[in-house]
Design a protein around this ligand. Sequence first.
Ligand code: SAM
Length: 243
Amino acid sequence: THFGFREVPTGEKQKLVGEVFSSVAGKYDLMNDLMSLGIHRAWKRYFVGTAQVAPGDRVLDLAGGTGDIAALLRDRVGDAGEVVLGDINGAMLRVGRDRMIDRGSVRGLSYVQCNAESLPFPDASFDLVTIAFGLRNVTDKDAALREMHRVLKVGGQARVLEFSEVQAQWFKPLYDFHSFKVLPKLGQLFAQDASSYQYLAESIRKHPPQDQLKAMMDTAGFVRTSYKNLNGGIVAIHTGYKV
Ligand code: SAM
């Protein structure tokens, strides 16, 4: 499905999430840089740089959006490998595809419009499955984790990069101020859209914290699950394997 989007029917909440991302797609990269002071780039490099992946591998990046993770993965799998960028939102996928072409990356990439909760791929088809800043938006996270497990080959790794629970008490008030006061203002100023960024802050608070997400991965069938906090738990990387 190179350059084609396969459609998968989606539920109501999924449609709403879809609308949020449609409205931000064009400004998405600028907003990431503004909101995180550019730190999201370092998180993503670390996330892909420490993933279990080798040249020639076939990898899936779910909720891949504008393609930051896919571009980094592309460098790691090389010309013999393949990166599939999956996202539920056609507008994000189009921005992602255009950016990949601008970066000179065409070969070994495909784009699939899909819901992480029910993936249009056969069992055991990927060496690595990633989802970065995406699981938070998925309604049925358990289903998404089960699907990630299903499409992985035996010995494959699943990795989740997501906002998590800040560990240090002293940092929490500052973090709340940034989330609930600064973010909506930035959204208003630069994207003429405060409510999408209000949604962002709320969705971060509702996301399962480190240990709970690890337990959910265990339940989905992953083994040797673990997590690593980055920047004191602002984000965490969860890892699990299929055996
Ligand atoms: N991974 C990219 C990154 O790190 O820059 C994009 C992250 S963006 C915050 C979240 C993405 O998740 C959006 O592109 C959105 O369309 C996608 N998404 C939301 N719900 C989804 C679902 N159920 N299945 C697949 N993608 C979903």
